[in-house]
Design a protein around this ligand. Structure first.
Ligand code: SAH
Ligand code: SF4
Length: 369
């Protein structure tokens, strides 16, 4: 084997269980030994190769020589004063960095995961768009974020636990991560293969064991990606960032709309819902005086007429590069009322979380070093 500084190490988080078994066969090790390793990775959530005492020695040796666990070190952790949100700046092997957010809502915890370093889509109001695109994340880097949040939750002392709580008790009591949103930095459908590979690992029943209905992927509207999701019958939820109900208004906020115009996007959404039988979440960032009028509420009602849909309204979060203001709550409430009363269109006003630490929707960015 070439020396370590030349050979790219195998990232364990980038392997599906089948691929791991194949790797073992390649190393001349019985694939049955993958089960123990898989458990260390995704049930015990170990954070280093040294924490796997019961591995077959030959396998442990191979891992030490040729693999890396793929843990992303935390460069910075910030907690919001809202008490519900924590943001992690994670370092990648090439010294790039990404942000991952842990959000608590009543009764559930959600990991908001990044799919790229930066983003190429350039939405005017989004901090990630404002920083530009650097690179795609690998499947292992996406899975590592999920494991990171799961591990944070696992290690939290559960309510009522005493200081001497054993590791085994913590495992039993610690909160389990059940919800993942692919809504962090980047456009997940621009990095389709890596994201779906990571999703396959997240869904593995003897691994992270996330339920498909608790994973939501949000897209700016990459039409070929939406059609591919439909054709592949991917069971995860889909959210589409709409923000405007006419092509001209949308293109002014979302440059990607020039490539994938609104009528093509809506046709793809219709096809998606027809093939999968699932409703789509349509996201609408409410910006004062831009897209929060009664007229615009009616336009979105018309646009989504007949489609299985739920609208997620997000009051604009501040970003350095965009001067717009969030909608006033009166206008936001009126917008919702129109959708509900005139179009029987359900909607949710997204709770504002983590704004003080720039962990809200569209606020994730990594400042140049
Ligand atoms: N790239 C994907 C997912 C990441 S962004 C997408 O665009 O859908 C997640 C959501 O936050 C999107 O709906 C996005 O439009 C929205 N968003 C971006 N910037 C925002 C901001 N400043 N305030 C509120 N929402 C924002
Ligand atoms: Fe990219 Fe989504 Fe931000 Fe648009 S809103 S720039 S697609 S991350």
């Amino acid at each position: 084997m070439p020396p370590n500084d030349v050979a790219p190490r195998l990232n364990l988080y980038s392997l599906t269980r089948t691929a791991l078994q194949q790797q073992l066969v390649h190393w001349d090790i019985k694939p049955v030994h993958a089960a123990r390793l898989w458990k260390y990775l995704y049930i015990e959530l170990v954070s280093s190769l040294d924490e796997m005492p019961e591995l077959l020695p030959k396998l442990a040796e191979r891992l030490r020589a040729e693999a890396t666990l793929g843990v992303l070190p935390t460069a910075l952790e910030t907690a919001s004063s809202d008490g519900f949100t924590r943001k992690y700046l994670l370092s990648l092997p090439d010294a790039e960095r990404i942000e991952t957010v842990l959000m608590r809502f009543s009764g559930r915890v959600t990991a908001c995961v990044s799919s790229q370093v930066g983003c190429a889509m350039g939405c005017v109001f989004c901090a990630t768009g404002q920083m530009g695109y650097t690179r795609h994340l690998t499947p292992g880097e996406i899975v590592a974020q999920v494991v990171h949040v799961a591990r944070v939750l696992r290690h939290e002392a559960p309510t009522g636990a005493t200081k001497g709580t054993t590791r085994a008790t913590r495992h039993a009591l610690g909160t389990r991560l059940r919800n993942v949103v692919l809504m962090g930095m980047g456009e997940p459908l621009h990095n389709y293969d890596a994201v779906m590979h990571a999703v396959d690992i997240m869904l593995d029943q003897s691994g992270p064991s996330l339920a498909a209905e608790r994973i939501t992927l949000s897209t700016v509207g990459v039409v070929p990606g939406i059609l591919r999701l439909a054709a592949e019958q991917r069971p995860i939820h889909l959210a589409v960032s709409l923000h405007a109900a006419t092509q001209a208004e949308r293109a002014a906020l979302v440059p990607a709309a020039r490539k994938w115009p609104l009528d093509e996007l809506m046709a793809a959404c219709r096809t998606y819902s027809e093939i999968t039988g699932r409703r789509i979440f349509y996201e609408w960032t409410l910006i004062e005086g831009k897209n929060d009028s009664e007229e615009q509420a009616r336009a979105v009602g018309e646009l989504l007429r007949g489609l299985p849909a739920h609208v997620n309204l997000i009051p604009l979060n501040p970003t350095v590069g965009y001067g717009g203001a969030p909608t006033h709550s009166d206008a936001g409430n009126r917008f919702r009322e129109i959708l509900q009363q005139e179009f029987a269109l359900p909607s949710t006003m997204r709770q504002r979380r983590g704004i003080d630490i720039a962990a809200g929707c569209g606020q994730l960015a990594v400042v140049a070093r």
